[in-house]
Design a protein around this ligand. Structure first.
Ligand code: SAM
Ligand code: ZN
Length: 264
């Protein structure tokens, strides 16, 4: 189900209403709904595209299509999302997109700072409501969502708590210690453990933590795309990076999913 009713005006905070091809608030602010079916609710100079660019998003798409996130999708399906679900930093929108096919009675939303990403997401997943928006200042009314997910993206717990209903869930996914370990070993002499922030986000109680492990065959054609999705492309020795990019291997996937409940 697609609707724009949970959005608020980023200028004055009043509710937005869809009329023809725009969203309006009672103060007279207006935002165009792009032809692809999304809105850009980032204001002023910050409207210039930021976040991941076109090449990174295209790479992400190919890797996802090859099954990279299948274990993660299964985890979210097991949550049986109901009501309203927001995926922040959604990139190509494949998580809410896939879930919307399985749970047609749930309202799915996806936001990202990257206009490229949201444009592609909106063209592909017509049942999801997408907006260009910053995780730090989400254009949604207080207590709008039953679930907020943040997968490999920046988190602002107090802002996520604001848009969640009391008792709503915040699901944060970060890399576990073995995530892509084979690639990191090939690139670095000393492999540092992925930093994990175990602190409880303010305003939340911990519900559960899950380790989601899988293995993933990366053929030669996919390896450069996988590397492009990671930070390794800019943080590695050129020669070693070239060797890895031209190779193929079976990699470990290790996702850590922490689920919190909003207090109150
Ligand atoms: C590593 S990607 C992960 C994307 C997606 N969640 C996934 O797992 O496939 C991080 C995404 O977060 C977005 N991002 C980073 N900081 C953001 C912010 N402050 N607000 C909104 N999006 C942000 C980037 O544009 C990028 O699309
Ligand atoms: Zn307004």
């Amino acid at each position: 189900m697609k609707n724009f009713e949970l959005f608020i005006c980023p200028k004055c905070g009043k509710n937005l209403y869809a009329k023809a091809l725009s969203l309006y608030c009672d103060s007279g602010h207006c935002y165009d709904i792009a032809r692809a079916g999304y809105v850009n609710l980032v204001l002023g100079s910050k409207r210039t595209p930021s976040g991941d660019g076109d090449a990174a998003i295209a790479a992400r798409r190919k890797v996802m299509a090859a099954g990279y996130y299948d274990r993660l999708y299964a985890f979210f399906e097991e949550l049986t999302p109901e009501g309203a679900f927001l995926d922040v930093g959604t990139a190509d929108g494949s998580l809410p997109g896939r879930l919307s096919e399985k749970f047609p009675d749930t309202s799915f939303y996806g936001t990202d700072l990257s206009k490229y990403a949201i444009e592609k997401a909106a063209k592909t997943y017509k049942n999801v409501c997408f907006a260009v928006a910053n995780n730090a200042k989400l254009p949604f009314a207080d207590a709008s969502f039953d679930t907020v997910s943040a997968v490999f993206t920046t988190v602002f717990p107090s802002e996520f708590a604001r848009v969640l209903k009391p008792g709503g869930k915040f699901v944060r996914v970060t890399p576990g210690k073995d995530h892509l370990i084979e690639i990191r070993r090939a690139l670095y002499d000393e492999v540092r453990e992925n930093a994990y922030d175990d602190s409880l986000p303010e305003g939340f109680e911990r519900l559960c933590s899950a380790e989601l492990k899988d293995s993933f065959r990366v053929g030669r054609e996919l390896m450069p795309e996988l590397i492009r999705m990671t930070p390794y492309g800019v943080k590695s020795d050129r020669e070693r990076l070239k060797a890895v990019s031209e190779g193929e291997c079976e990699v470990s996937l290790d996702f850590r999913a922490d689920t919190y409940i909003k207090e109150g």
